[in-house]
Design a protein. Structure first.
Length: 114
């Protein structure tokens, strides 16, 4: 799985345009079969920070997405950022659920914690 985070700060003048474009792009991303999750967040504490976080099933799905018009539109939108935008990728090779908690609990006191 690939997690992508794109964050940008915009001024109030460009806020509506940036939000409208991001909403449209999220609609396209969600309809892509390789996208398993996508969110738009708006933080107003320190200016206007917009972020899109998405999860892609695998590297091939993310590769196709980064070649799409949707991704290119998001990259062009970064020009509206009033500070250096943040783009991060996480490659997830495995995930665990409650079974992991159970396994760790059953290990006993192999290691002493703080």
């Amino acid at each position: 799985m690939i997690r992508e985070l794109i964050r940008m700060n915009v001024d109030e003048e460009n806020l509506e345009q940036a939000m409208d474009t991001m909403r449209m792009m999220i609609g396209r991303m969600i309809s892509d079969s390789g996208c398993s999750n996508c969110n738009l967040n708006i933080e107003v504490d320190d200016g206007f920070c917009l972020s899109i976080s998405s999860e892609w099933r695998d590297q091939l799905c993310h590769h196709h997405y980064t070649r799409s018009d949707t991704f290119m539109a998001i990259l062009h939108l970064l020009d509206l950022s009033v500070s250096k935008p943040q783009v991060k990728y996480e490659v997830i090779t495995g995930m665990h659920g409650l079974e992991y908690v159970s396994q760790q609990h059953n290990k006993g006191d192999l290691e002493t914690g703080p």
